[in-house]
Design a protein around this ligand. Structure first.
Ligand code: PGA
Length: 249
């Protein structure tokens, strides 16, 4: 069976709302390779405009975070119900920038994964070790704990895992395809233990300095089924070059 890739753009806190509309239009115009599905995750304030551009297209919309409640007195937060109403169908949860800068705990991330599923949003659960954890040989342990705590009690396989070694995010230092594959195979085993056969259908994306020049060799690895792209996703040409790498991988 041909591998179907999932390529997700994490626009982080970049682009003004009007520029985001232009970026979405450029991506839409470029067309998507047959064996890849695309998702873009703009900042909250840009979702409305980008949703209008992507309406009735094959490109799906995601958010970068959310608060795990339908509504309430949570000043400054955004709920999964609001995201659904805007047309989002995915949400990034537990990105390393949220874990480190905003001190998000494994417990909060667990609540967010659960709330996302409760509101029919597919959570993109980000996991990955820091450089210190990798150098001290704790990377498997750390990733296993991140996954088991986030998925505790969860039996619904509508979810995506993004393995993003923290030392590779925004640094230009990509994991080698072999090293990434080793962790993806480890994560695949964890998912099989947890979900049995159904665990095979869960996407495991690689993230961390994916660029047009290194995407194909990463995507060629048996347990890498796509990418979570940061910096390169806000340049339409680069994002589409990465998507096209799925065709040759
Ligand atoms: P990067 O970011 O591609 O800029 O390294 C990836 C991410 O943070 O999701």
């Amino acid at each position: 069976m041909e591998k179907k890739y999932l390529i997700i753009g994490n626009w982080k806190m970049y682009k003004a709302p009007s520029q985001a509309v232009d970026l979405a239009s450029e991506i839409l115009k470029a067309g998507c390779p047959e064996n890849a599905a695309l998702v873009v995750c703009p900042p909250f304030t840009h979702l409305w405009g980008v949703a209008a551009v992507l309406k009735n297209s094959a490109i799906a919309l995601g958010a970068q975070n959310m608060y795990p409640a339908a509504e309430g007195a949570f000043t400054g937060e955004i709920s999964p119900a609001m995201l659904r109403d805007l047309g989002a169908s995915y949400v990034i949860i537990g990105h390393s920038e949220r874990r480190s800068i905003f001190r998000e705990s494994n417990e909060l991330i667990h609540q967010k994964v659960k709330a996302a599923q409760d509101f029919q949003l597919t959570p993109i659960l980000c996991v990955g070790e820091t450089l210190v954890e990798r150098e001290s040989g704790q990377h498997r342990e750390v990733v296993e704990e991140q996954i088991s705590s986030a998925l505790e009690g969860i039996s619904d396989t509508h979810l995506i895992i993004a393995y993003e070694p923290v030392w590779a995010i925004g640094t230009g230092r990509t994991a080698t395809p072999e090293l990434a594959q080793e962790m993806h195979a480890f994560i695949r085993d964890l998912l099989k233990k947890r979900f049995r056969e159904e665990g095979l259908g869960v996407h495991i994306l690689y993230g961390g300095s994916v660029k047009p020049g290194n995407a194909a060799e990463l995507f060629a690895q048996p347990d890498i089924t796509g990418g979570l792209i940061g910096g390169a996703s806000i340049v339409a040409e680069d994002f589409m070059a990465i998507a096209r790498a799925a065709e040759v991988a």
